[in-house]
Design a protein around this ligand. Sequence first.
Ligand SMILES: [Zn+2]
Length: 161
Amino acid sequence: MGKLDGYKVDLKGMATDTVSYRWQADNDFFSAVQGSDIKQGLLDVALRVKRTSGAYELEFQLQGEVEVTCDRCLESMNQPVDAFCTLRVVMGEDFVDDGDVVVIPEREGIINVAWNIYEFAALQIPLRHVHPDCEALSESSEEERVDPRWAELKKLINSKQ
Ligand SMILES: [Zn+2]
């Protein structure tokens, strides 16, 4: 059994129109998924699957923390995650994932949502992520970079007087 087999959701075999799942995506999950942005973390994941005519609406609730690398010092930092994400799944011939809609082969009727959970978590990471201390550090160094120009300008103004 693969490490991520527990994230399989049997859509075809749904006995009722709504089914709920719960997982705890921990360090083992992130190492098994092998994503590049998040190596470690701990997320409570709740999934509600709603069967509608011809499609399945998957609603994910992600809560917890993931570990990312600080842009500035390259040390690890915790990024809180609290997100609600949805995915639409339909049955078809072959597997297709275009981001918004996933087509899964009807003969199998099963989707493994491990990668989707990873992607939803990765989407929560802001483009720029730095420790608060590192942010303060980079702000003060930016001021220093600006200061010499002001000094030059002042000199220029003074010389014209
Ligand atoms: Zn840092």
